[in-house]
Design a protein around this ligand. Structure first.
Ligand SMILES: Cc1cc2nc3c(=O)[nH]c(=O)nc-3n(C[C@H](O)[C@H](O)[C@H](O)COP(=O)(O)OP(=O)(O)OC[C@H]3O[C@@H](n4cnc5c(N)ncnc54)[C@H](O)[C@@H]3O)c2cc1C
Length: 532
């Protein structure tokens, strides 16, 4: 073999690519993982600034029956702590520590919407029903990560008894696939209450998924040292198995006829198999289909067209704040993972029709019109707040606290603002408003104890990981989703029309996220290993 010829080359060093690379290296393959940035991890990413450790991507992790079984199988161990969640609306804040806290949630909603008791009870009943389904769904370790022929105990005592319950549950889940907004529309009359329950989910999140969150809140964990420790641990395992990682390298051409890819410097890498674990539109844009056999070319071009017509799902705007106030001052208010809505009014049409109109009419609007909309949007939104040093005290300087505040944001708006030439100003306007809203509602110390603040927008996410439209969970709930979206068919999600090119990660299965990226990374590796 020449130096640049590999059994498998994997493009994209996020969790999907890292997983594929590690399993293939473990199987004895000569592999190369190529990553655009100077470090692996993709959207599982933490960084240190001025002594504060911040998480830039996902804030805490959900096992989903996938992460822990993978650790066990690969012999990985990292130190983790539970990452308990608080929920708050206005002055009402509750900590979620056990299933029984559902009652606290009921009381919180009742206090805010006393006239909606019957509807609130209906919502709670739904959540309880769905929690039972979740217990089935994630009730055993994901079989993909188990050596089924070798682990007869798992096969007979867990997998076989679980399968019929799983199939029944999947049927029930599929019946609750309508967007959560529509589902709540049927059982909750008060539009503000509907918003408060659902507005921190991606647009069109299936009802099942959104309503299952109460049980997911109980399962979040946090790696000591920051979320990136997850990616670092898998990367180290890959090295241990002899895998190679090439960072700071962007792939900008795939030549399937030669079985080669080319990077931005013109260097070529040859493969028997390729796993594409990065943005899917990029794959379909940079692949040279000339000279491919006719039927494969037709299928690839057809799939490419289908993909290019769709948009990635929601993105996120995040404000990072260094605060000269001790962690205990935050601990007294809420846990280090906090979903908070300052106003009980709800966003209403602010993040739907109003925003769509704003983007459509952007060229005819003045700056002040956009900022007026922003006032409302920031006042009525729901924020995901994370305080890393409430989970791991070593993550901020003595007596100070790093705070991460984010909300779902629309890529197109930032794109328009950038084209209009006031992107940095717009970011600063958002930062100011978010800090004002949060300091006036829940964290008063933000008002005059801020040392420094900075922010990342959907454009930063696109720039960092080359994710179409800055999406953070692939297609999210685009309709129709151009990839597999049924759990029973997840096995098929990793195929592309070209037989020795596989795909993995957040763009290949919907709904996506860290566990699905890992699962598809593993499935792509399995297909290749099976073939060999
Ligand atoms: C703020 C935030 C909150 C989130 N919250 C959650 C959550 O609560 N739960 C959850 O499950 N998920 C959450 N996610 C989503 C989750 O982090 C991602 O879906 C997941 O990490 C994606 O992993 P991936 O490997 O599929 O893709 P990525 O992490 O995007 O990795 C792709 C990699 O490919 C590289 N790349 C791209 N193009 C090229 C190229 N041409 N050449 C070489 N390399 C390239 C990129 O640099 C990147 O490192 C969140 C994300 C964010 C940002």
């Amino acid at each position: 073999m020449t130096d640049n010829k590999y059994d498998t080359v994997i493009v994209g060093g996020g969790m999907a690519g890292l997983t594929s690379a590690t399993y293939l290296a473990r199987a004895g393959q000569k592999i190369l993982l190529i990553e655009k940035n100077n470090e692996a991890g993709g959207l599982v990413n933490s960084f240190t600034r001025d002594g504060f450790r911040f998480d830039a991507g996902v804030r805490a992790l959900l096992d989903a029956g996938i992460i822990m079984p993978m650790f066990e199988e690969l012999g990985i161990s990292i130190d983790t702590v539970k990452s308990p969640v608080s929920l708050g609306v206005g002055k009402e804040i509750i900590d979620i520590e056990s299933i029984d806290d559902l009652e606290k949630y009921r009381n919180l909603l009742l206090k805010l919407y006393p006239d909606s008791e019957q509807d609130i009870n209906e919502v709670l009943k739904s959540i309880q029903r769905i929690m039972k389904h979740m217990d089935v769904l994630y009730g055993i370790e994901n079989p993909v990560f188990k050596d089924i022929p070798g682990d007869r105990k798992f096969l007979f005592q867990k997998l076989l008894p679980w399968l019929p319950r799983f199939l029944m549950t999947v049927g029930k889940i599929n019946r609750m696939n309508m967007p959560v907004e529509d589902y709540l529309g049927k059982i909750v009359k008060d539009p503000s209450l509907r918003d408060i329950i659902s507005q921190h989910f991606f647009r069109n999140t299936p009802a099942f998924f959104a309503m299952s969150y109460f049980s997911l809140y109980l399962d979040y964990f946090y790696p000591l040292g920051g979320v990136k420790k997850l990616a670092d641990a898998v990367r180290d395992k890959m090295y241990e198995f002899g895998g190679e990682l090439l960072t700071g390298t962007v792939i900008n051409k795939v030549n399937p006829v030669n079985n080669s890819i080319t990077d931005f410097n013109g260097a070529e890498y040859f493969y028997d198999d390729l796993v594409w674990a990065a943005d899917m539109k990029t794959l379909y844009t940079i692949t040279d289909t000339d000279n491919l056999p006719g039927d494969i070319r037709t299928k690839f071009d057809y799939k490419g067209k289908e993909i290019m017509d769709k948009r990635g799902g929601d993105s996120v705007f995040t404000v990072f704040i260094e605060v000269d106030s001790p962690p205990d001052s935050f601990r007294e208010i809420a846990h280090g993972h906090f979903f908070y809505t300052p106003s009980k009014e709800g966003l209403g049409e602010t993040h739907r029709t109003d925003l769509d109109r704003l983007i459509e009419d952007f060229d005819n609007l003045e700056k002040k019109d956009i900022l007026l909309w922003l006032d409302k949007f920031t006042a009525l939104n729901t924020y995901e707040i994370s305080v890393p040093c409430l989970k791991d005290p070593s993550l901020c300087p003595e007596g100070q606290t790093g705070v991460i505040i984010s909300f779902l944001a629309e890529y197109d708006l930032f794109h328009k603002v950038e084209e209009a030439g006031w992107y940095e100003e717009f970011k600063a306007e958002i930062e100011q408003r978010v800090i004002k809203v949060i300091s006036e509602s829940v964290y008063p110390m933000l008002k005059d104890k801020i040392i420094k603040q900075f922010s990342f927008s959907p454009l930063s996410i696109k720039q960092r990981v080359s994710s179409s439209e800055g999406a953070i969970v692939g297609w999210s709930f685009t309709e129709p989703v151009p990839v597999v979206n049924k759990i029973q068919k997840s096995d098929k999600s990793v195929y592309t029309p070209i037989p020795n090119i596989y795909q993995a990660g957040q763009w290949v299965y919907s709904p996506a996220g860290v566990p699905m990226s890992i699962l598809t990374g593993r499935l792509a590796a399995d297909k290749i290993m099976k073939k060999k």
